[in-house]
Design a protein around this ligand. Structure first.
Ligand SMILES: [Zn+2]
Length: 234
């Protein structure tokens, strides 16, 4: 069995063992060591470390902690995923990732005996296409920099314009949707740019995939922030 040799590693040995055992699909741990023994060992460890004297509560806290989120960075430090502490421990132990940050703040108060990874970096490059950005009014405005694609003005009354109008069976796709000011949109009405004698300033296309989409609707932990551009953290 692999031993926890990393510096700063404070997970109790039995828990560490349990996480590694749990990572194997056909684990035989149940035969070799009853679950109760693991709990006992954790309890003893927690007490030894001066943590809460309530062994049951301690075990629950540890279960919460090993499911806590961990930011996974690609070899080039771009976030690729969010996994659990359990998964992160397996990746680090198997030499597939390096440990960059431990959990801080709230989780630290759960149990002083336990330090868990919070940010890890893969030792290899994941070449995975990120999810394409979802087509929405806001995303189209962002792509077009809040500028009317016909007159070039930055105004507040922006609308979404289908280049080939919907009534002419124009698709609702990145390539057929642009930002237009209210004035241009009214002028164009249900016509194509050619019919309305209007010219697009740029050819609309899908924006670059955003690798930070994985962090949408997630709480960004303090120790993740230095790995995430400030514009994403708002
Ligand atoms: Zn306009």
């Amino acid at each position: 069995m692999v031993a926890p040799v990393m510096s700063g590693w404070k997970l109790p040995q039995p828990l560490f063992q349990r996480i590694l055992d749990g990572a194997r699909p056909n684990s035989v741990r149940e035969d070799q060591q009853p679950a109760g023994m693991v709990k006992q060992a954790e309890k003893a460890q927690a007490t030894a470390n001066g943590a809460s004297g309530n062994g049951v509560a301690e075990a629950v806290d540890v279960d919460v902690l090993i499911r806590a989120p961990v930011l996974v960075l690609n070899l080039n430090y771009v976030p690729v995923n969010v996994c659990t502490v359990r998964r992160a421990i397996v990746l680090v132990t198997k030499g597939k990732a390096e440990l960059l940050e431990h959990h801080l703040g709230e989780l630290h108060t759960v149990s002083r005996a336990v330090e868990a990874p919070s940010v890890i970096r893969l030792e290899y490059m994941v070449k995975r296409p990120f999810l394409p950005r979802k087509l929405s009014k806001k995303e189209v405005f962002l792509r077009d920099k809040f500028t009317c694609q016909y007159c070039g003005k930055k105004v507040h009354d922006l609308t979404l314009d289908h280049v080939i109008p919907r009534r002419q069976h124009g698709a609702h796709t990145w390539e057929n949707v642009v930002t237009a000011c209210n004035r241009c949109n009214l002028h164009k009405a249900g016509r194509t740019p050619a019919e309305a004698k209007m010219r697009l300033r740029t050819t609309p296309r899908a924006p670059d995939p955003n690798p930070y989409l994985i962090l949408q609707n997630r709480v960004i932990l303090d120790e993740w922030e230095i790995y995430i551009p400030w514009s994403i953290r708002e």
